[in-house]
Design a protein around this ligand. Structure first.
Ligand SMILES: [Zn+2]
Length: 454
């Protein structure tokens, strides 16, 4: 009898282990390396004490991932997104196809076939590389109009982010299309659509219904950097707000659970611009969206899996200039603007006005003579419109000079304006989360996800 009982238990446990979790969240921090995570956590610890941990840093399963693509040690988000979504490596710039162009099936395709409701969310244009790797197939991430067509035909239940410019007709201001709108067909196919900033309020107040899918593209291009949203565009939803709405919509669809991809897409953009405050606030916004999923997890512990991955590191971010100059993230508290989203637009040739702006909005005052001369060189470069690629990474020289001065004061340094090949951390919790821990290549994460639905 005892033997029989243990056999029954063994069988029962095996079946449990094989079943896909009813609810799966795949969080991807674009450009989210180890330093990005650690720096954001330290920033909050200044106010909340040394015991404070990011939600993603409290998960029981931890991993470390390699990210190289087929043709480069340093991946881009196309190849990295493809690895995470399909479990296969490809060349930089490609979206869910092999280097020879053969199309790959993504986790999302498998989850959809398994009868799950599907959600795809990003703070970038929704046609950008990472979300595209789950929904579209394309030889080039640059073909965003074609990628938009894949989205419009995807039947994904909840799509939300920025980038309506690839969906609206060529006659709409800012459209990148050369033909008609994709929205009419989407509406005919059961989508409730929210287009542009003015529809944000309706989006936030929207009451989901079983019979409606949702498509929200709330900005022409990317959603604002979190530091800009917090300070000047509070009426726009945060990534956490969008994630929350996504859960509501997918639950209302009343299918056999859901699979949701949430990308914190602008951590990468901020780190490209060597923007410490931008990187921190977008990482914290990403973490808040994970907190929303954790609240859901607490109510559905037996049925939920949450995986938090990065796609690559951006900027070669390092913390502390040796033990003599450790971090001083206090100086970042004075920053109210992003480098790339706002500061780049502020220099008009009026030097005094610009210096005043830096004082008020970045807390950059009492410049040393070295700092002052670097600002003057940058203004000279910008006034003369000299090549800004090597010194300033193609960004406006004045914005990068100010950013670098601020970074030095904070004890933080970037080695590049591009991605790096360094390994990145992963966290997971919930049903089947153990499979994602340990030292893995990014393709193994995709493969483990696909296994859930096979
Ligand atoms: Zn990038």
């Amino acid at each position: 009898m005892k033997k029989l009982l243990s056999g029954v238990i063994f069988f029962w446990v095996s079946v449990m282990a094989l079943a896909a979790p009813k609810y799966v969240f795949m969080f991807i921090g674009d450009g989210l390396g180890a330093s990005q995570r650690q720096m954001a956590e330290y920033f909050v610890q200044q106010d909340k004490g040394d015991d404070y941990k990011l939600t993603m840093n409290k998960m029981p399963v931890a991993g470390l991932n390699t990210t190289h693509s087929v043709n480069n040690l340093v991946t881009d988000s196309g190849a990295a997104g493809t690895a995470l979504a399909t479990g296969e490596k490809t060349n930089n710039g490609m979206i869910a196809v092999l280097p020879n162009g053969i199309e790959l099936k993504s986790t999302l395709d498998y989850a959809q076939e398994a009868g799950k409701a599907i959600g795809v969310i990003s703070t970038t244009r929704i046609t950008h590389a990472t979300p595209a790797a789950y929904v579209a197939k394309n030889i080039s991430r640059g073909n965003e109009n074609e990628i938009a067509e894949d989205f419009s035909k995807s039947n994904v239940d909840f799509i939300a982010g920025g980038g309506y410019r690839h969906f609206v007709s060529s006659s709409t201001t800012g459209s990148k299309r050369e033909d008609g709108s994709l929205l009419t067909e989407m509406r005919n196919n059961g989508y409730k659509t929210f287009i542009g900033e003015t529809s944000s309020k309706d989006f936030i107040n929207y009451k989901p219904s079983k019979n409606e899918k949702v498509f929200a593209a709330l900005t022409l291009s990317h959603l604002p950097y979190e530091v800009d949203r917090m300070n000047t565009q509070k009426d726009q939803p945060s990534l956490a707000d969008i994630t929350n709405k996504g859960i509501e919509v997918l639950q209302a669809r009343d299918k056999d659970g859901f699979f949701m991809v949430v990308e914190g897409g602008r951590i990468d953009h901020a780190s490209h611009a060597n923007d410490v405050a931008g990187t921190i606030y977008d990482t914290l916004a990403f973490d808040k969206s994970i907190e929303v999923a954790m609240e859901f997890y607490d109510k559905h512990k037996e049925d939920t899996l949450i995986v938090v991955a990065g796609d690559h590191e951006t900027g070669g971010l390092g913390m502390g200039y040796g033990s003599g100059k450790p971090l001083d993230l206090d100086v970042i508290k004075n920053v109210k603007v992003s480098i790339n989203g706002t500061l780049e637009k502020m220099y008009t040739g009026d030097r005094q006005k610009y210096m005043k702006f830096l004082e008020t909005n970045l807390g950059l005052n009492n410049l040393t003579s070295d700092e002052r001369s670097r600002m003057i060189s940058a203004m000279d470069a910008e006034d003369k419109n000299v090549d800004n690629e090597s010194l300033y990474g193609g960004y406006n020289p004045t914005a990068i000079a100010a950013s670098h001065i601020l970074n030095e004061r904070a004890g933080v340094g970037f080695t590049t304006f591009d991605h790096t090949g360094s390994q990145i951390p992963l966290s997971a919790i919930g049903q089947g989360s153990e499979a994602f821990g340990g030292f893995k290549d990014n393709t193994e994460i995709g493969k483990e996800m696909i296994k859930l639905y096979n």
